[in-house]
Write a protein that binds this ligand. Structure first.
Ligand code: ATP
Ligand code: MG
Length: 216
């Protein structure tokens, strides 16, 4: 009987050492991720979590090693297509003057029903589509950035500190949403609050001084 297999995202010996950095920011990182359950990379501030996501998402190019999807080595451009990255500080990246404009980037014909649906999915049902993104709270901005990525429907969803600045009930909603999203696609979360995602994260790694090691 043939077994149905899901595509894997594999990092093998991925290193990153920009000229301006004294030591490598990432040193021979190996990771193997599969869709089905969220994976976590945990690390202190400055340990390289955001850098790791930027490399996977194709916003930076590793100095060594390979990033493979379904066995194929992908270029940075191909990874930008494959991945949706929700930034740690999304307010630095908004383009639209309104929430609706932000959601419509890349989807000129997006109807209001679909916009309202995706806003509800990320827990922003009551927020006006005419509001300026900068006027949303930090947690709402991160959820708007997630909505933008959900509309793109990437195969790999990368979340940078998604629970930062959210209150308890919004965190619980986020955890439920992450669990549902991870059932259909690959979700990788980097965080310094791993306990928030304990119920939905099957695999965990720790990033320490550029070295990534599995956690029990
Ligand atoms: N292009 C670069 N040149 C030099 N140093 C860099 C560069 N990019 C990142 N760094 C350094 O690499 C280290 C890791 O940064 P990174 O933002 O990935 O950490 P982080 O784990 O996401 O931290 P935080 O939890 O505070 O968000 C930091 O010391 C940072 O200053
Ligand atoms: Mg970071």
């Amino acid at each position: 009987m043939q077994r149905w297999t899901r595509p894997l995202l594999e990092l093998e010996g991925v290193g990153y050492h920009p000229a301006a950095a004294e030591r490598p920011i990432l040193d021979a990182v190996n990771l193997c991720l599969e869709p089905g359950q969220a994976a976590l990379v945990v690390g202190r501030s400055g340990s390289g979590k955001t850098t790791l996501l930027e490399l996977i998402a194709g916003l930076a190019t590793p100095d060594g090693g390979q990033i493979r999807w379904d066995g194929q080595v992908l270029s940075s451009r191909e990874r930008r297509w494959l991945c949706g990255l929700v930034f740690q500080f999304p307010e630095r990246h908004f383009i639209g003057l309104t929430v609706a404009q932000e959601l419509k980037l890349g989807h000129r014909r997006l109807d209001s029903e679909r916009m309202e649906q995706v806003m509800a999915t990320v827990g922003l049902a009551g927020v006006s589509l005419q509001q300026a993104p900068e006027r949303l709270s930090g947690g709402q901005q991160r959820r708007l950035a997630l909505a933008v990525q959900l509309l793109r429907d990437p195969k790999v969803l990368l979340l940078d500190e998604p629970s930062a600045g959210l209150d308890w009930s919004v965190r619980q909603e986020l955890v439920g949403l992450v669990g549902r999203l991870a059932a259909e696609r690959l979700v990788l979360i980097v965080t310094h609050e791993p306990e928030v995602f304990a119920a939905v994260a099957a695999k965990r790694w720790q990033l320490q001084q550029g070295v990534c090691s599995p956690l029990p």
